[in-house]
Design a protein around this ligand. Sequence first.
Ligand SMILES: C[S@@+](CC[C@H](N)C(=O)[O-])C[C@H]1O[C@@H](n2cnc3c(N)ncnc32)[C@H](O)[C@@H]1O
Length: 243
Amino acid sequence: MTALREAEPAAGRGRAEQVRTLFSEIAPRYDLLNHLLSLNVDRRWRRRAIRELGWEAAPGGAYLDLCTGTFDLAVELAARRGFEGTVLASDFALPMLARGLGKIHDRPVLPVCGDTQRLPFADRTFAGVTVGFGVRNLSDLASGFREACRVLEPGGRFVVLEFSVPPGRLMRGAYLLYFNHILPRAGRLVSGHPWAYSYLPKSVEGFPGPRRLAELIREAGFTRVEWFLLTGGIAAIHVGVKG
Ligand SMILES: C[S@@+](CC[C@H](N)C(=O)[O-])C[C@H]1O[C@@H](n2cnc3c(N)ncnc32)[C@H](O)[C@@H]1O
């Protein structure tokens, strides 16, 4: 077993590399575990995130899905009736992109291998930007948000779907039991990965709460930042508009 396998992602630059390795390693089982461990509610959350994007105002525009993984959010947008644009779907873990290719079919989704913190796109390229369960993994959250703002057209919306810790005591207790005890064991069993699914609850616990996240999105240059909780606070959607 290598040191990388034994160690969970640390802080700083090395963290990005470890996160990339982690997702590259679990790519073959990612979709199965994603839907299984979220009891499929993630599908409903994704539909809601796409509704918040307001793509109907520019149905023929170019959109960007960051940390796209196996394209679930990108395909959710591209499959909307009346959508006539293109979705660029970027991720830095090539095995995740490769794993998701079969979902694209003839939909207008273009995979891009790229780092969310240094996007290979010109300023003001996209009518809207989404990211699902991705920003929690960034080693420098502020630079990821600044990049999203940079590549958006003025007036474009940035939608962030991310896990959160429920505020209510009862829901929080049940959630922590599931997240800290059941999910790591089930994840280890199905994925065969020694720590990937222990990293998930830890990364959620160490992540800024929704209020702080909204502040960070504002500080990156977005205005009219709003957020709301989903399913008792297990997840949250933040929406910011580029001024
Ligand atoms: C939990 S998965 C989410 C995938 C997908 N968006 C979804 O909703 O299922 C997180 C993804 O973020 C990607 N990721 C993490 N940090 C990244 C970065 N700095 N640049 C690009 N992709 C990154 C990982 O490779 C992984 O595919």
